[in-house]
Design a protein around this ligand. Sequence first.
Ligand code: SF4
Ligand code: SF4
Length: 355
Amino acid sequence: MYRVMIQPSDYANISKAVERAFELFPVQIKARKVLIKPNVLRSSDVNEGIVTNPALLRAVVEKVETLKPASLIVGDNPGLMSYGANEQSFEKTGLMDAAKDYYRNIGNESAEIKFNPEFMPSVSVSRAVMDADVIISLPKFKTHGLTVITGAIKNSYGIMPGAQKAALHKAAGNPARFHDVIVDVFMIRPPDLFIVDAVVGMEGNGPASPDLRDIGLTLASDNAVALDSVIATLMGCDPAQLLFLQKAKKSGLGDYDMNKIEIIGQLNPIPNFKLPPMSGDAIFSNLTIQEIMTQKIMLRPKVDGDLCSGCGTCVDQCPVSALSMADSLPQVDPEKCITCFCCQEMCPEHAITLR
Ligand code: SF4
Ligand code: SF4
């Protein structure tokens, strides 16, 4: 039986939920090398709810300190690929302060790891990830336009430095194959414990949507498939419909069958939770979502000219150079676009939607 904790909490008392998570899912920390990996998608204000809240990170850091690890690192690989982006992302979100003195730019040093040759023979993974004895993953409760939810499995995509993430998006080539990729990346080094910031969650056009939702929960588990299944269920989405969970189950990582998951707490689906626009009602129709995923229904970025500041970030970040500026607005080449959602994730003005 897999187990998932669902604990009511707010940011002021989140250390109680962290304490409970460590009681329920004990991890041997003493004299071991520990890495804590929050979800730091990009530089943003903490109130935007795009990243793991600093209150959760601080509570986990302070808990781990009491358990006397040999070493402790806090790090992630945000999406933006530019000098100083890692530090800026941690500073602006308040995560640098919450990490105390344990922050490290884990994107600076990487190891080459064998990968699924269907996509790439090898990938670069942060060396701190491969060196850690214990990894504690701190996902954020959010929707995601490509994978519907971004939780425990998707948080591990950040074990790779930014340029490698973009290259794998390109190698995946289409949204359906990207579901396989995120599971393959997760399997490189599955974390040992997951604690999810679901105090304030994100709905709608995630993972950088302006639609936040007060949920008031902290979730935890030592099994990513069970945990993501609970996140999906809370969002009102059938986990059995999610392609990456299907792949994860086939790969022996766990199960989305709720009869095989013990809930420690109350599992009450959130009323009228807004799923990403591309899934919406389609998530309940296997045929339709398969069509979307194989691009029979073509999704392409659409820029809102009233919101766009013309910063050019999306053009710089597109892994296949499908965007270019014309009249100060990004234009997409539909023949080149692989619907990876990177431009939408990185746009600081929330100006891009996938239509
Ligand atoms: S990242 Fe957003 S604001 Fe910047 S150019 Fe692209 S659409 Fe406009
Ligand atoms: S235009 Fe946007 S969605 Fe299309 S490939 Fe580039 S970054 Fe990805």
